[in-house]
Structure formats: structure tokens, C-alpha cells
Design a protein around this ligand. Structure first.
Ligand code: FAD
Length: 262
């Protein structure tokens, strides 16, 4: 079994985001980069399959040169190797253009399963897994909170707003997972050291046969036209008390009642 885990380098979710005012894209160098949290669940699931049934697990990352730190982080969980697609022409690509590049990279590989997070914490479009499946002509089993592999097929319980669905598809397939699927492990010291030496291959658009005119900021299907900063927070109502506790308590009760909170 060969599993490929697409991963993304994203800005630290806790950091303030900075926008490049010329391109209206995220300034990715303005905050510390991290491995997209949802990718930790797909990596954990891939590791469990590897440990249970035996599998080769490869990381795939479309990201600039400095995304290699994120790739090594992904490898530190125990994965076997990585492929990075880096090319200046990819900068500014939207979800569809990134799916196009990921699909071209996957088309060059043998795999049974593509296991990925359902969204990235910076874009949150939740579109890439389904777009990837469409480009590759493969089944998409999305929002998986449980995955079972047997007899050349994948069965997942899909999380839906009203409960869950159980769906099965033959392999190879694209499976995207949600948080409920597992509890990711921490990388061990041995894993962190081993990650430094794991093979990492790089590709550019030419190597994948993708025309630069299909990707990048100018060639994406969606364009950000305007960004308006969130208005500053206004000061809230202040409840004063005269020291007796009674005046303040009365005012507080009246305020909560007016808000229909009590
Ligand atoms: C404020 C804001 C609001 C948005 N709102 C929405 C929305 O509501 N809906 C929606 O669908 N989209 C939204 N987007 C996303 C947007 O449509 C596109 O995804 C955007 O134009 C790409 O911007 P980015 O900041 O992700 O670009 P980038 O930072 O360039 O990243 C795009 C991708 O390209 C990769 N990349 C960058 N450089 C390289 C390189 N040298 N080699 C390989 N890969 C590289 C990155 O890793 C990333 O995966 C929003 C974006 C912003 C900034």
C-alpha cells in the first residue's frame, strides 16, 4: 500500500495575519509558519495504517522553498519521504489552481490512497479534496471521521450536519478527514532526528507538465477584489456599583434580561 498525504504550510493560527496590500494575498513571511493542523489527523491515520498493515507514506507539499521546514515536521511523525512542488509561478494560486498542481504531481505517482485534511486553516475553502478527485477521476470520500480499508476498497463514516453517512469506494481514492477521526501523536525525538535524513524530492511546473498560465494569482478562478479591516472593537457597557452590591446586581440583572439571557 502506498499512501500520499498532501500537507500545507500555513501561518500560525494564533498569530495576527498580515495582508500584502499590493497583491491582496496573505503575507506568509509575516508570521511563523506551521503545519496545517488538519493535516496532523491525516498523517496520524496514515501512520496507523502503516503500523497495522504496512504501507509507504509520502508527504506531498505545494509550497515555496521555505516550506521544507513544514515538510520535515510532517516527516518527523514517521513518514517515509516527501515530494515538494515549488515554483514562483504558483504564488497566489487559489484552491482550484493548487488542486491542479497537486493532481499533476499525483498523476506521476503510484498510490492506493490520498489521505488529507478536509481544510487548511488559512483558506478554509474545504474544496481541494473534491477538486483533486475531479482532476484525477477518482472517488472522493470527504469529511471522514472513521476509515476502514478492506478488499481493495475504503469505507468511511462521513460527518454531516445531521449525523453521518457510511460510504464505500474502490481504491485508489481520495479521503479527507476531520478532527474526530483520531488523536494525533507527538513526534518522538528519534522521529525528529530521522526526519532530517528522509528523502525529499522537488519538482517545478515544467517537470509536471503544467503551464504557468494555468496557475498563480493572475490565472486563478477567484480573485480578491477588496479587503476591509475589521472595525475596532467598541467599548462595552460598564455596570457601576455604589459599594453596596445591590445597585450593581440590579443593573446586571436588568442588562441580562434586556439581552434575553435570563
Ligand atoms: C483576506 C482574504 C480573504 C479570502 N477569502 C476567500 C474566500 O472567502 N473564499 C475563497 O475561496 N478564497 C478566499 N481567499 C483566498 C484567495 O481566493 C486565493 O486563495 C488567494 O488569491 C491566494 O492567496 P494566498 O494568500 O493563499 O496566496 P499564497 O500565499 O501565494 O498561497 C497560495 C498557495 O500557493 C502556494 N505557494 C506560494 N508560493 C509558492 C511557490 N513559490 N511554490 C509553490 N507553491 C507556492 C502556497 O503554499 C499556497 O498553497 C481569501 C484570501 C484573502 C487574503
Amino acid at each position: 500500500m502506498r499512501i500520499i498525504c498532501p500537507v500545507k504550510r500555513v501561518p500560525d493560527t494564533a498569530a495576527d495575519k498580515s495582508i500584502d496590500q499590493d497583491t491582496l494575498t496573505l503575507d506568509r513571511d509575516a508570521s511563523d509558519p506551521v503545519l496545517n493542523a488538519n493535516d496532523e489527523w491525516s498523517i496520524e491515520e496514515a501512520m496507523r495504517i502503516k503500523e497495522r498493515d504496512g504501507a509507504e507514506v509520502i508527504v506531498l507539499c505545494v509550497g515555496p522553498e521555505n516550506a521544507q521546514t513544514t515538510i520535515r515536521k510532517a516527516l518527523s511523525y514517521g513518514l517515509d519521504g516527501a515530494i515538494q512542488v515549488a515554483d514562483p509561478a504558483i504564488a497566489g494560486s487559489d484552491a482550484k489552481a493548487i488542486a491542479r498542481v497537486l493532481a499533476a504531481a499525483l498523476a506521476e505517482e503510484d498510490f492506493d490512497l490520498v489521505l488529507m485534511g478536509n481544510q487548511s486553516s488559512d483558506a478554509r475553502t474545504m474544496l481541494v479534496p473534491a477538486m483533486l478527485a475531479e482532476y484525477l477521476g477518482l472517488p472522493a470520500l470527504t469529511y471522514a471521521k472513521r476509515l476502514q480499508l478492506a478488499d481493495g476498497s475504503a469505507t468511511v463514516d462521513r460527518e454531516t450536519p445531521s449525523g453521518h453517512q457510511t460510504v464505500t469506494a474502490p481504491l485508489p481514492a481520495i479521503v479527507s478527514v476531520v478532527e474526530a477521526i483520531n488523536e494525533p501523536r507527538y513526534p518522538s525525538f528519534k522521529g525528529i532526528m530521522a526526519a532530517k535524513k528522509k528523502p525529499l524530492e522537488t519538482r517545478d511546473l515544467a517537470a509536471l507538465g503544467v503551464d504557468a498560465g494555468e496557475v498563480g494569482l493572475a490565472n486563478s478562478s477567484t480573485q480578491v477584489l477588496e479587503i476591509t479591516p475589521r472595525p475596532p472593537k467598541e467599548a462595552g457597557d460598564k455596570i457601576e456599583d455604589d459599594g453596596s452590591g445591590v445597585v450593581g446586581a440590579k443593573a446586571l440583572v436588568e442588562f441580562l434580561a434586556a439581552q434575553k439571557l435570563i
